[in-house]
Design a protein around this ligand. Sequence first.
Ligand SMILES: NC(=O)c1ccc[n+]([C@@H]2O[C@H](COP(=O)([O-])OP(=O)(O)OC[C@H]3O[C@@H](n4cnc5c(N)ncnc54)[C@H](O)[C@@H]3O)[C@@H](O)[C@H]2O)c1
Length: 368
Amino acid sequence: MSKKIKVAVIGLGYWGPNIARNIHSLDNCELATVCDLEKDRLDQVSQQYPKAKACSNVESVLYDREIDAVAIATPLHSHFPLAMASLEAGKHVLVEKPLAATSEQCVELTQTAAKRGLILMVGHTFLYSPEVSKLKEIIDSGDLGTIRYINSRRLNLGLFHNDINVAWDLAPHDISIILHLLGEAPVSVHCSGAKHVVHEVEDVTTMSLNFPGRKTAIITSSWIDPRKVRETTIVGSKGMAVFDDVELREKIRIFDARVERPPHYDTFAEFHYAYHHGDVRIPFVKPAEPLRNECQHFLDCIIRGISPRTPGEAGTQVVKVLEAATESLNLNGVEVRLKGNRSAGLTPLSAMRPYHHSNSLLKVGNLD
Ligand SMILES: NC(=O)c1ccc[n+]([C@@H]2O[C@H](COP(=O)([O-])OP(=O)(O)OC[C@H]3O[C@@H](n4cnc5c(N)ncnc54)[C@H](O)[C@@H]3O)[C@@H](O)[C@H]2O)c1
């Protein structure tokens, strides 16, 4: 039987314990270490996993030659230094979204991982959700026709962060879903927002992404909405789909609905004939926890030496969109073109094929 991959989880606040729980439950790995600067958090989580080492300084993880991989779930500003130090210590790295605070940092991490033959994966968790995979399958089958527009809303009475605004907190999910569904990166972004509760930090933002071929996407993010809304609507020329992630079951509905501009009409009444309302279909989707799939995929990539579904390049693309949105926000919503066009900087998504790393399971536990 092959050796288990030993994983350390760094950051045990809100999200890190979910990663620790999943890593602990998977067969081909061992939750070797849990790490947090705060004693309370560390004590609380380590009590649940008495076999895992508990430490409050990252150096103990980095110098531990037994540890093959780390999962980083700390605040954004620490992603780059922790991920870079982990890669330099020869560990495979899973970093929570967003990958890093700047696209330059994302590129540096991606290059370092590639140079060292290590896995770098970003936690774009929704790309491991069975519902998003189903939506992608439906779109790629052509059932919805040409995609015209996507509207994604993520609203709640949310946890405020002091260092990042709501767009950097919540929109990475929507951006990663939209880029995946459309299979391409936007050319420009508009973003507006408002600071209602904390003076320095936007708690509501609206971002619009413009894609080639007049496709658009609108993302609304809010920490101050009374209801929890996690909803993505996809509008195609032949049909529409709604993914409501707050529903416990039947999260996807496909609407045989469309609107077409008639070639010629004389009266407003005639214009109405261009609307089509047909059946609503609910496709079966086998439920699964996206984070469990994500953690399993990280391990599979290490074992098989293949590039993840959400590699450093995907993390870079999402951060480029966030950077353009921030620039637009600071300029009162003007259109900002994305840094680097497709020939420079933005990797076409279709080019991000899995590739084999030089390392494989053979090197696990034998890291230099
Ligand atoms: N994929 C998802 O669905 C999802 C959901 C929530 C959060 N996240 C991401 O997870 C990350 C953490 O978010 P959170 O809400 O859990 O934050 P949090 O503030 O609740 O927890 C962060 C923890 O990291 C610890 N920490 C900070 N610096 C550290 C260091 N240098 N070494 C060790 N520990 C350190 C803090 O003490 C804290 O306990 C963020 O990047 C966030 O965007 C992802």
